[in-house]
Design a protein around this ligand. Structure first.
Ligand SMILES: Cc1cc2nc3c(=O)[nH]c(=O)nc-3n(C[C@H](O)[C@H](O)[C@H](O)COP(=O)(O)OP(=O)(O)OC[C@H]3O[C@@H](n4cnc5c(N)ncnc54)[C@H](O)[C@@H]3O)c2cc1C
Length: 186
């Protein structure tokens, strides 16, 4: 009787252990890497539930990947126009904070800045045009007012060349330093 009982017991134990092990392994693998639910390994309800879980995990991963791709796209090298508008913002802002009464060293430094800038601006056609413009119309370094008006005119020359509307240079300090009179920047 013991012998006839034993194989059944072993058989039963084997099945229980295998099932437990199977479930345990599935839980373990589910946590690390979602596996395709095994239709033949479980009852239909469990299988359907796992299918749903696997599907929603896949969808979640897909949307995470899309949002990562968007973030990566926002961190791409600048093209000519992006570089242009960011550079104009920097130049106009720098000039907006130039002293009203600069000393000789400050005048020489800002002159040297624009000279070097026009040699290294990383858009070749733009840099060449700029060097020509600077020869014809060198930076007016006597005051913040003069320098910002000069830069505004330089920018307007580029605007004209590109068929863009000219900017009203009377408004340059509102645009780049003080904010609009209507308070919309406050
Ligand atoms: C030094 C330099 C030279 C360039 N040369 C060329 C070129 O040769 N060819 C080319 O294709 N592109 C050139 N670009 C790029 C070009 O000028 C624009 O930056 C680009 O086309 C994007 O234009 P945008 O419509 O974003 O406005 P942007 O011209 O970049 O202007 C940005 C903002 O500045 C303000 N603004 C506009 N005009 C003036 C002004 N006169 N004074 C003060 N503020 C103003 C406006 O609020 C505007 O929204 C140059 C850029 C720089 C910085």
């Amino acid at each position: 009787p013991t012998n006839s009982f034993r194989p059944d017991y072993i058989m039963c134990d084997f099945i229980v252990n295998t099932e437990r092990k199977g479930i345990f392994m599935m839980h373990e693998t589910n946590e690390k890497k979602p596996e395709k639910p095994c239709r033949a390994c479980m009852d239909f309800q469990t299988w359907a539930k796992r299918q749903m879980e696997a599907f929603s995990e896949k969808e979640q991963k897909k949307s995470e990947q899309t949002s990562n791709a968007n973030n990566i796209q926002q961190s791409c090298p600048l093209d000519k126009d992006e570089l242009g508008s960011k550079t104009w913002a920097f130049l106009h802002t720098m000039v907006a904070y130039y002293p009203d009464h600069p000393n000789e060293k400050q005048k020489a430094d800002v002159n040297s800045f624009f000279d070097t800038f026009s040699k290294f601006y990383p858009c070749n056609i733009c840099a060449e045009d700029l060097q020509k413009q600077f020869k014809h119309s060198p930076p007016q370094t006597e005051s913040q007012e003069k320098l910002s008006q000069w830069l505004c005119r330089i920018h307007n020359e580029v605007n004209k060349k590109l068929g863009k509307p000219e900017f009203d240079c009377k408004l340059v300090n509102q645009r780049w330093r003080d904010g609009w009179l209507d308070g919309s920047c406050d």
